[in-house]
Design a binder for this molecule. Structure first.
Ligand SMILES: [Zn+2]
Length: 270
């Protein structure tokens, strides 16, 4: 491949040797790439800005056997606001870790690249928690695991329609994580791991899946559906992706800390 140019987002960055960094990049055209930025920790390095964590950059790389080498780079966007806020940092860490853990090296996934870029851009103004759920739902779709919400996942079962349209005066909607979709009541009765979801939560999930991210972030979602959707998406990702990202714990810890602060426990005595 020799020398090549790529548009990239920095998923991971690790100090290496005296002055280098080893990076995990997510590129628009070549998917996930491991690369080294030599001398980048010297104050004089011109690459510094281009390879910061979460940066959206244009790079020139030289293909190597195990690691590609970054020879030139310009940052388009560094998303400096992410590091100034723990909730945004937690959300961005979840986005990048999920992509890192759920994709293979050099597997081009341009739709996923666009999703990550849109999510990082939206983080500045959007609710990081809600954006996280939208990202997770769309991530599943981009990887080919879109939850099936519009009919029983076991087959065409007459006379039953999933209430994804937002009908709220019915009982729970049953979902099979293993099968990846909703179940009609008959199939739910004979399925051991069927999970009950409220119709409102299913409607929110359907809305997130069909709506562009920059519009979906403006949705108003009540707390009960937020919690239910968070636990559902995590179970789904853990089961189908076989991952439990560390940044989920970090995000949880940030939330607990915020809760303690509002409860007054962390407030210094007057
Ligand atoms: Zn069925």
């Amino acid at each position: 491949m020799g020398i090549y140019k790529e548009e990239a987002i920095v998923l991971r960055s690790m100090a290496y040797g005296e002055t280098d960094r080893i990076l995990t990049l997510f590129t628009r055209g070549a998917g996930k790439v491991a690369a080294i930025a030599k001398g980048v920790r010297k104050p004089s390095s011109r690459l510094r800005g281009a390879v910061q964590l979460f940066s959206h950059t244009h790079l020139v790389l030289y293909a190597g056997r195990t690691l590609d080498t970054i020879t030139q780079g310009d940052a388009d966007e560094t998303f400096g606001f992410i590091e100034q806020d723990l909730d945004r940092l937690a959300a961005a860490s979840c986005f990048t870790e999920l992509i890192d853990r759920l994709t293979m090296d050099k597997q081009p996934l341009p739709k996923l690249f666009q999703l990550l870029l849109a999510a990082l851009r939206s983080l500045e103004g959007a609710d990081p928690d809600l954006l996280g759920r939208i990202f997770e739902a769309k991530l599943l779709a981009a990887l080919g695991y879109q939850p099936q919400l519009d009919g029983c996942v076991m087959g065409h079962h007459d006379g039953w329609q999933a209430p994804a349209s937002g009908v709220v005066d019915v009982g729970p909607v049953w979902f099979s994580i293993e099968r990846g979709g909703v179940l009609c009541p008959d199939c739910a009765a004979s399925c051991s791991g069927a999970l009950p979801l409220s119709p409102a939560t299913v409607a929110v999930l359907a809305y997130f899946l069909r709506t562009p991210l920059d519009r979906a972030v403006r949705a108003r979602v009540e707390q009960r559906s937020r919690s239910e959707l968070a636990s559902f998406l995590r179970s789904f990702i853990t089961y189908h992706g076989d991952v439990r990202p560390r940044s989920w714990q970090f995000a949880g810890a940030c939330k607990d800390k915020a809760k303690l602060a509002t409860d007054g426990v962390l407030t210094p005595p007057a």
